[in-house]
Design a binder for this molecule. Sequence first.
Ligand code: 2PG
Ligand code: MG
Length: 407
Amino acid sequence: MKNSEISEIRVRKIMDSRGGFTVEVIVESEDISSNAMVANSTSTGSHEVCAFPNGDVDACISNFETKKKDFIGIDAIEQKAVDDTLKSVGGEGFGFIGGNIATGVSIAAAKLAAKSLGMELYEYVHAKFTKQYGIRKSIPRPLGNLIGGGAHSNNKMSIQEILISADSGKFMKNATINAQAHKELGKRLKSMGMSTGVNIEGAWNTGLGDMENLKLAKSVAMDVGKETSSRIELGADFAASEFFKDGRYRYSDASFDVNGHVEFVYGLIRDFSLSYVEDPMNEDDFGGFASLLKKSGKSCMIVGDDLYTTNKSRVEEGIKKLATNGVLIKVNQIGTLSDTLDVIKVSHENGLATIVSHRSRETTDNFIAHLAVAFGSKFIKTGIVGGERVSKLNEVARIEEIESLVG
Ligand code: 2PG
Ligand code: MG
């Protein structure tokens, strides 16, 4: 066993996958060191902690420097002590050091602890935290972004993401079937004389509207599913807060009031056999989510992202109001691993599925692969192509190999 007492923390400014700035945090003990790189977002929920207040990465790094000494001497195995210190020095909502530095310190500390024990991060997080909640490690299914719209793209599709997930039983096979569908759609767009540009997550930026894109995705999913003898499920992240203005959901060619939008989304679930729907309603409309869930029943996973922002009290409100049957998990929406674990616990206790997710402006860090396994998550939502997305897919595949050897 190696020493896991924190002797130094360094924060470096690095680039995200869109050329913006974010941070890498390096945590050291006398014997070992670990690092964590933290992603940025584009369609940010109003209830998230702020990644970098005023967008000022340098100010957050200097502010953290003034508080660094408070962490020296803490044993990284004491995750709660690390995270409580982050909260006490970080300012209200991490307004002083920024949510991304908090997340980086929290995750790098967990990585240091795992390394000191000679464990993989997923094994450590499971053994130390989630096993006691009755959660079993599991290999998630890859959920990937096929066609992009909304705030992630510059086109007339209002839905932010049309998602696919192959269901063949093996992780790498699923990831490669998703990639095959992505490629097939590219070929079709080319033969239709359409744009073959991609958006910030590598999803196709087709120039078509919401309905045409859904039809195209359905046809590709059916055809590639047949070719590969596997089922490819369809989903959508509406990120609906982005196009909810003055009480109406405003698409490029239609607009709906709240009840009308519940009916519209329900119609899409039925017509396109959507098995996954994320943020179909505005981020504060627990009632709208609940109406949709009541209608769709078990046929579809209704998931809160901006609705919950990985915040335990918001998830508890969702549970009380029967708003969703799934919770999206992004550590940097809340800033610490401990607070994320509280969300995992309450979700699991109440039978809500969890989905560990990337952000739109990623890094090559693969810690979400480990968290998805340790949290027993049904899906890992991390795109289909692009190095920063594939780094997570390859890591889940590696974990799957280790786990099959373990038996
Ligand atoms: C989302 C994410 C990832 P962002 O809305 O689910 O796709 O996007 O990081 O921009 O919030
Ligand atoms: Mg989302």
